[in-house]
Design a protein. Structure first.
Length: 249
């Protein structure tokens, strides 16, 4: 199968997951770039940031039009992650490939386990707002995005719900603002690496990811959210196990 077709198919799958689940789908981008499209782990994390930025901006526009983005709170949450994202982005290119692969496998497993957890009770999102915890969560999310090239929606959404007491729709919409800001901050410190990326592969990947995200939204309306999450979680666990085995052998 040609590289172009693989890029188109991989982008469609990533976009479908992002649209259907609202977060976590970008975790598939890095392993797809490494194992299907022959990117190095360092190049894959940089390319993933480009893909995450493009798809997040598209989704952010849709959520903003629906009034689901809390700009002021989201900007404050994102601000805490900008410096960690930039520093982690600069450090990512200096880490051994095996370390990046191991770290990504761990994040993929964490995302899968979080998706397998039962949903929180309806009253669980009335927690008191704690600025210190919000800043810590924002900084941690920024570092994760910068280092591994993942959007981190599977962490951002629960953080906004439990720490800032957002309702779910506002958490999903605002998380896209946070993810976009962190991704751009990390890309700013990877400008040299971004120039050397294979845009003939990344461009089609982004195009089908954006289109797939719209199809994912329609899929989510037809299939129950918990069932979609369980299927995706199993796929992520398999990806994490494969990457772990690849890193240690």
């Amino acid at each position: 199968m040609s590289t172009l077709i693989l890029a188109l198919v991989a982008g469609a799958v990533v976009g479908l997951a992002l649209g259907a689940l609202g977060g976590g789908g970008s975790v598939l981008a890095v392993p797809a770039l490494i194992y299907l499209l022959d990117f190095t782990p360092a190049a894959a994390t940089t390319a993933s940031l480009v893909i995450v930025t493009a798809t997040s901006l598209t989704a952010l526009y849709a959520h903003a039009r629906a009034g689901h983005v809390r700009w002021r709170a989201g900007a404050a949450f994102a601000a805490a992650g900008l410096l960690p994202a930039a520093l982690a982005g600069a450090a990512a290119g200096r880490l051994p490939q095996a370390v990046l692969t191991l770290a990504f496998a761990g994040v993929a497993a964490l995302a899968a386990l979080r998706m397998l957890r039962p949903a929180a009770p309806a009253g669980a999102e009335s927690a008191a707002v704690r600025p210190g915890r919000a800043a810590g969560a924002g900084a941690g999310l920024g570092a994760l995005t910068g280092l591994l090239g993942v959007g981190g929606g599977f962490l951002a959404v629960p953080a906004l719900v439990t720490i800032l007491a957002f309702e779910m729709q506002a958490a999903v919409g605002t998380s896209l603002l946070v993810i976009t800001a962190n991704s751009l901050a990390s890309l700013a410190t990877r400008s040299g690496a971004a120039v050397s990326l294979d845009w003939a592969v990344i461009g089609p990947f982004i195009a089908t990811a954006v289109l797939g995200a719209w199809d994912g939204k329609r899929l989510a309306a037809k299939v129950s959210g918990p069932r979609l999450q369980r299927v995706f979680a199993v796929v992520l666990l398999a990806v994490a196990a494969f990457m772990l085995a690849d890193a240690v052998t």
